[in-house]
Ligand binder design. Structure first.
Ligand code: XIL
Length: 688
């Protein structure tokens, strides 16, 4: 974890009076349904329940301690800190599914840090994925480790394990569970961000598994560039001197290539996520500002860039050559990193010179956060001006844009952009996310609707600003794909954040509409509760749409009454068809996944008529007694076997020849027959 940038914290702590927000909105975020548990080890049956050791340590049932019930698992006789309990999950975990793994840990004696990981092997090569990092554990109480894990690759070996950081003391584990929430399909019927924003490429940062299944689909639907979030950093690519590994980045790069995504390389030089050997001198001591150490450090830097940049060649068209070199609390503005302390500014000069030589095609960036803070912005400007005047090949300034719903202002951000215009270099927004938190002391279990609405406005206004500078801004990247995986969940404090365009189940948020179509940002209550502003329009082609659940009665003399207080407009020439209108719809109903007791379905409504729908209500019967438990892209209602789904605010308009699709989760017992008939706005549809 990177050190806490002072200003980022300051920025988060700045108490900017928030405009009173009274609006409530439906987040359109799918609520998390009950997770499906795939693994439980409670050690209540007197056995080790399949757990073994990672080596020759002893793993045995114990009644000396128990988190729940009377039994636990005791791991003793350890001769190394990495030894601990491990369980085979090869047949339990599926590739691309995000599992939440929980384990309770208690030391038998003493104290240590415990961590939870997964070991996987492909072609005999082992990799170790940390699920929960070092967490203090004592013999005095049980401590829970919970984390999420998604397997991204095919494996022949897969085991979950617990180890400790330093001691070989015995410890207990208990009440281990692994569960997942069935993935929702991504919404394919909404505009792609990359098609809406055409002034510059729009991208997302991703980590390991976000190239498989729904995450990969979401990435390619909406984005045209991608940044490996961690996989190209020094600790990932050169963990020990002159040993280069690309195991993390290569799968992402292959996916990008196969899907025509451009890649931003992040990052060649940083003060974080850089192994300590880099700054250790030939004498084994931490480097200082001696000529000898400086020569060695610059040689290591040059070797690193030559290898990493050359490995990917032209596949990486932009590099963040140096990251976060400014510290505006220093009078000269230069961050006192190990790099600076040993080499002065020469590490920046060397990095750009070597990067240009090895990757002459690439756009070379200097990247930093809080560049919308005047003091920092100005130091960065001065540094770039000076270095460029010397001939250092800096092509681009990267503005990270880690912001929140209250900060910064559009004006501050515009000043950030205009400041660099005279330098005649590219500007890129490299790591944008919009935290829902405005101070470090806030903590929401569910993102409040008013924050999500503010966030939508921030995304709307920031993108509108960026689009005013198409000649300056050459790409905009979000620091993450969806709210299920954001670094802000643990930075600057641990709490659930929701800073991106898609929610934890990959469904479009208001923030998405802020970028894709601000007219669709929903400022009124959700369609599930009738709103006073419900409107009914009857067009000459006589489709009647009622949204949301207002009741409408139409008499032959075309008087319309609506409750509650919806407004109705009927054009004089409107002829209102009876509710048994002719077919102008075709419905395709698919079960896309099924498991004992549950299933996932998808319904496509095609408008086969000649007039657009301006709102729709679809009815069918679940004759097998199935129940809709959750639905996205519409509002469901079910009475007995009768299911009614009304459009969401954003997919009510379906042009003639167009279609819309919604998905749902359901429960079933006995059988799960496909509905035989559907009516749309009262008219029977063709079934496809
Ligand atoms: C973050 C990653 O997203 C995290 O997974 C990691 O633990 C820490 O680094 N500025 C940067 C990025 O330049 O590299 C950081 O990425 C976020 C802040």
């Amino acid at each position: 974890m990177r050190a806490l940038p002072r200003l980022a914290i300051a920025a988060l702590l700045v108490a900017i009076p928030a405009a009173a927000v009274t609006v409530t909105v439906s987040a359109h975020a799918a609520e998390d349904p009950t997770p499906i548990t795939v693994l439980t080890s409670d050690f209540e049956d007197g056995t080790a329940q399949g757990w073994g050791g990672r080596s020759a340590e002893t793993v045995a049932h114990s009644t000396a301690q128990a988190h729940g019930g009377t039994g636990s698992l005791l791991i003793s006789g350890r001769t190394a800190a990495w030894q601990g309990p491990s369980l085979d999950v090869l047949d339990t975990f599926e590739k691309g599914t995000a599992y939440t793994i929980s384990v309770w840990v208690r030391m038998d004696s003493g104290s240590d840090n415990a961590r939870l990981s997964v070991e996987r092997r492909t072609g005999g090569v082992a990799a170790y994925d940390q699920v929960v990092g070092n967490t203090a554990v004592t013999s005095g109480s049980w401590v829970n480790l919970t984390g999420r894990y998604t397997l991204a690759t095919d494996v022949e070996f897969l085991r979950v394990y617990v180890e400790t950081a330093s001691t070989t003391n015995s410890f207990h584990i208990d009440d281990v569970t692994a569960s997942y929430v069935p993935a929702l399909p991504i919404q394919t019927g909404i505009p792609s961000v990359k098609d809406v924003v055409t002034e510059f490429p729009v991208g997302a940062a991703i980590t390991g598994a976000e190239i498989v299944t729904e995450h990969g689909q979401l990435l390619t639907k909406h984005f045209s560039t991608v940044t490996p979030g961690n996989a190209l950093k020094w600790d990932a690519t050169e963990p020990s001197e002159n040993t280069f590994t690309y195991a993390q980045a290569d799968p992402l790069m292959a996916f990008a290539k196969a899907n025509g995504l451009k890649v931003r390389g992040h990052t060649l030089v940083w003060h974080n996520q850089t192994p300590s050997w880099v700054f250790t001198g030939a004498d084994g001591q931490p480097m200082t500002a001696t000529a000898e150490d400086k020569t060695l450090l610059l040689a290591r830097l040059e070797n690193h860039i030559r290898n990493v940049a050359a490995h990917y060649g032209t596949d990486i068209g932009v590099w963040d050559v140096v990251n976060e070199v400014i510290d505006e609390s220093q009078s000269d503005g230069n961050r006192r990193s190990n790099w600076y302390n040993v080499t002065g500014l020469d590490y920046i000069r060397t990095a750009f010179r070597v990067a240009r030589e090895v990757a002459p095609h690439a756009v070379l960036c200097i990247n930093d956060y809080n560049t919308n803070v005047a003091a920092k912005r100005d130091h960065l400007f001065n540094l770039v001006s000076t270095l460029k005047a010397e001939g250092v090949p800096i092509d681009c300034v990267g503005h990270q844009m880690h912001i929140n719903v209250n900060w910064p202002t559009i004006a501050e951000t515009e000043s950030m952009l205009t400041k660099f215009v005279p330098l005649n270099i590219d500007q890129q927004i490299t790591e944008m996310d919009v935290s829902i938190y405005t101070s470090n002391s806030e903590n929401f279990t569910t993102p409040p609707a008013d924050r999500l609405l503010k966030q939508a406005y921030v995304y709307r206004d920031m993108f509108a600003l960026f689009r005013k500078y198409p000649g300056e801004i050459t790409s905009v990247t979000l620091w993450g794909l969806a709210d299920d995986n954001t670094w802000l969940d643990t930075f600057p404090v641990t709490r659930k954040d929701a800073p991106l365009l898609f929610d934890t189940r990959l469904q479009a948020k208001q923030a998405y509409w802020g970028v894709a179509d601000p007219s669709k940002i929903e400022t009124s209550p959700s369609p599930s509760s009738p709103s006073p502003s419900a409107s009914v329009s009857v067009s000459p082609s006589a489709s009647v749409s009622v949204s949301p659940s207002a009741s409408v009665s139409i008499s032959p003399s075309a008087s319309v009454s609506i409750s509650p207080s919806a407004s109705v407009s009927i054009s004089p020439s409107a002829s209102v068809s009876p509710s048994t209108g002719t077919s102008s719809c075709a419905v395709t109903y698919r079960v896309t996944g099924s498991w004992p007791g549950g299933f996932q379905g998808e319904v496509k409504i095609a408008n086969t008529g000649t007039a657009a729908y301006s709102g729709w209500t679809l009815d069918w019967q679940f004759t097998g007694g199935q129940r809709v438990t959750q639905l996205w892209g519409g509002t469901p209602a079910q009475t007995g076997t009768a299911v009614t789904v009304t459009n969401a605010s954003w997919n009510g308009n379906v042009p003639a020849g167009g279609s819309t699709t919604f998905g749902f989760l359901g429960s079933w017992t006995g059988s799960n027959p496909v509905p035989a008939a559907f009516t749309l706005n009262g008219a029977t549809c063709a079934v496809r």
